[in-house]
Write a protein that binds this ligand. Structure first.
Ligand code: HEC
Length: 187
């Protein structure tokens, strides 16, 4: 009898939760899935570019394809993109929530959390609009340092300077936090 009552109470509690709270877990797994698909698509283009002409050609590919891929992955109410504290493309500038989350990721990494596991999900209210927000950190790997590292080939530097005059996304080392994927969905 006692057990049955417990189950009933648990069910009643679950029913009384607001819909968005029940959805939070499924939103989180949807966001993680979208992030992985976005990351895969970017990596594929990057590797294609690198293999078919090296870093200078690949910069052109990133320049054209990265925004297009983000737009293509922004489906079914999701807004998908990348951001960073040190930007290459100003269009990727973080808003207040993203800036705070990037700082939080740096702090969590400094305390020993694995950079490739850093993620945050939160339901926020912005201008009266409830929005599910999600970010996942992007650490650098050796490949990234061709275009984001401390020692760039002169032709890479020249191409970056031409396309991104205010580029801040250099001087990274292996395993640094380069930025984060950022996703949002209005509820
Ligand atoms: C071939 C050169 C190249 C390589 C290699 C490269 N990137 Fe980039 N990266 C770029 C360019 C160009 C942009 C700007 C894209 C745009 O205009 O949206 C960029 C933008 C970014 C951004 C978006 C934030 C911003 O600063 O605008 C992130 C995050 C990023 N790169 C991470 C990485 C990571 C992680 C790797 C390694 C897996 C990597 N990149 C490898 C050239 C490169």
């Amino acid at each position: 009898m006692q057990i049955k009552k417990g189950i009933l109470v648990a069910c009643a509690l679950a029913l009384s939760l607001p819909a968005w709270a029940q959805d939070a877990d499924s939103l989180k797994s949807e966001a993680a899935k979208n992030t992985a698909a976005f990351g895969e698509a970017l990596k594929e283009e990057l590797l294609n570019g690198m293999n078919n002409g090296g870093p200078v050609a690949a910069i052109g590919v990133c320049n054209e394809k990265a925004p297009a891929i983000a737009a293509a992955k922004s489906q079914e109410g999701w807004k998908v993109g990348r951001t960073s504290q040190k930007l290459r493309n100003q269009k990727n500038a973080p808003d207040a929530w993203e800036m705070a989350t990037l700082a939080e990721f740096e702090a969590r990494k400094a305390k020993g959390e694995a950079a490739d596991k850093l993620a945050k999900a939160e339901i926020v209210t912005e201008n009266g609009q409830k929005t599910f927000r999600f970010m996942k950190a992007i650490p650098t790997a050796p490949l990234c340092l061709n275009c984001h590292g401390k020692e760039l080939k002169p032709e890479v530097t020249a191409k970056l300077n031409a396309l991104y005059p205010g580029d801040q996304a250099r001087d990274y080392g292996d395993g640094d936090l380069r930025g984060a994927f950022t996703l949002a969905k209005k509820l």
